[in-house]
Design a protein around this ligand. Structure first.
Ligand code: 0PR
Length: 377
């Protein structure tokens, strides 16, 4: 079997260079990430005795992200993605809580990784409705706090619409009742710090104990790269498993995985150091400029609207009047576009691989479809 044959076999799949992927929270990794990843692909930080320098690099990376999120001496690890990071956060919170406390207060729009965490860890998610802004209703969150509350979760960049829950209010509730507060910034962690005036979600809020941030989303790193950051190293102590038999002697493991990619760490570190905060800010400015343009265009099309004014580069495009969303999505997909379908909107993620040219073409296709609908109705 030749590589070319494999390529041919997989050629029907979408790819980020093909400009058809409009609904994905991942993107083409930065070139420097790809190069670095390839160079270190056989490294496994699950055996730290073999790769002590990579372990140092991981600490260095976590420290840099901690600083971006207003924390000078964070704990944490580079993990496989946002799901693993969220599960680790819930695992930590559970280990720190008294045995009867098993409830997690969280938005009804949380990512499904929390349902997994609840199932794995024997937790109950107390899902709180959102308001008209699609953010958790903090009045209801406050009322839900009780004897059994183990943790509160806030989302900085929801999966569907990219909005940021009122984390500062959640932090007040958490402090008042001495409850663990985790922030899922899997998407927003590499976006909001670079948008002036965006809501606070980081460790500057006293209740925040841990934050999920994914380099493999807006961090321009390689899949699989996620991060769990803890306010203090002490918080993650309960995750620690002492592995005595490995090559360097006593190794500490604090993740779900055993064998763990050192290449993800090296590549994520490299992009951060190559781009710097200024590079990320530029990236975010570019996608936000395109997002604003796209939103205006969508609003100008009869039959279309946006679900909510975007806070980051995620847009919920909805239909108005008698246009059936499902019919529209079916036709859009027939044109070759890969969009993400939600019950009452289409999620467009204006990621770095999305060009204005492809959005222009996408909108032209939509207009054509809408005209076809109106003629045939
Ligand atoms: N938290 C939030 C807020 C998320 O949006 C996601 C994933 C996660 C946690 C979990 O992250 P991992 O997928 O890294 O474990 N959000 C995307 C979503 O569900 C994941 C994704 C990315 C899906 C690219 C499709 C895709 O093409 O939409």
């Amino acid at each position: 079997m030749k590589l070319s044959q494999l390529r041919k076999r997989l050629s029907g799949d979408h790819n980020f260079k093909g400009h058809t992927i409009l609904g994905s929270m991942c993107t083409e990794p930065h070139k420097i990430a790809v190069k670095t990843f390839k160079r270190f692909l056989s490294t496994n930080v699950g055996d730290p005795g073999l790769f002590p320098k990579l372990i140092e690099l991981e600490k260095d990376y976590i420290k840099s992200l901690g600083q971006l999120l207003s924390c000078e001496a964070p704990g944490g690890s580079v993990v496989s993605g946002g799901s693993e990071a969220n599960i680790l956060a819930m695992w930590t919170a559970r280990n720190r809580a008294q045995k009867h406390k098993r409830e997690v207060i969280i938005s009804e729009f949380c990512h499904f990784s929390f349902d997994k965490a609840a199932d794995l860890l024997g937790l109950t998610l107390v899902k709180i409705p959102v308001g008209s802004d699609y953010k958790i209703r903090t009045d209801l969150a406050r009322k839900a706090v009780g004897e059994n509350t183990m943790a509160i979760v806030g989302i900085a960049g929801t999966t569907g619409l990219g909005v940021c829950d009122p984390i500062s209010e959640l932090s007040e509730i958490a402090v008042e009742h001495n409850i663990y507060l985790h922030v899922d910034a899997a998407f927003g962690g590499f976006v909001f710090p670079f948008i002036n005036g965006s809501s606070k979600f980081d460790f500057s809020l006293p209740g925040v104990m841990s934050i999920t941030v994914d380099p493999h989303k807006m961090g321009r790193a390689v899949i699989q790269s996620g991060c769990i950051i803890f306010r203090e190293k002490e918080i993650e102590e309960s995750l620690k498993i002492d592995v005595s038999y490995l090559s360097g002697g006593r190794a500490i493991n604090r993740s779900i995985l055993g064998t763990r990619s050192g290449a993800s760490i090296a590549a994520s570190w490299m992009v951060l150091n190559y781009l710097g905060y200024d590079g990320y800010r530029k990236n975010v400015q570019n996608v936000m400029k395109l997002t604003d343009w796209f939103v205006n265009e969508v609003r100008s099309i009869k039959g279309l609207g946006v679900k909510v004014q975007p806070e980051c580069n995620i847009v919920g495009v909805c239909t108005t009047g008698d246009i059936n969303l499902k019919d529209l999505i079916r036709e859009i997909r027939k044109c070759g576009w890969a969009v993400s379908e939600w019950p009452d909107y289409i999620r467009i993620a204006v990621m770095p691989h999305v060009s204005k040219r492809s959005l222009v073409k996408f909108l032209a296709d939509i207009k054509r479809i809408l005209e076809f609908f109106s003629v045939n109705n």
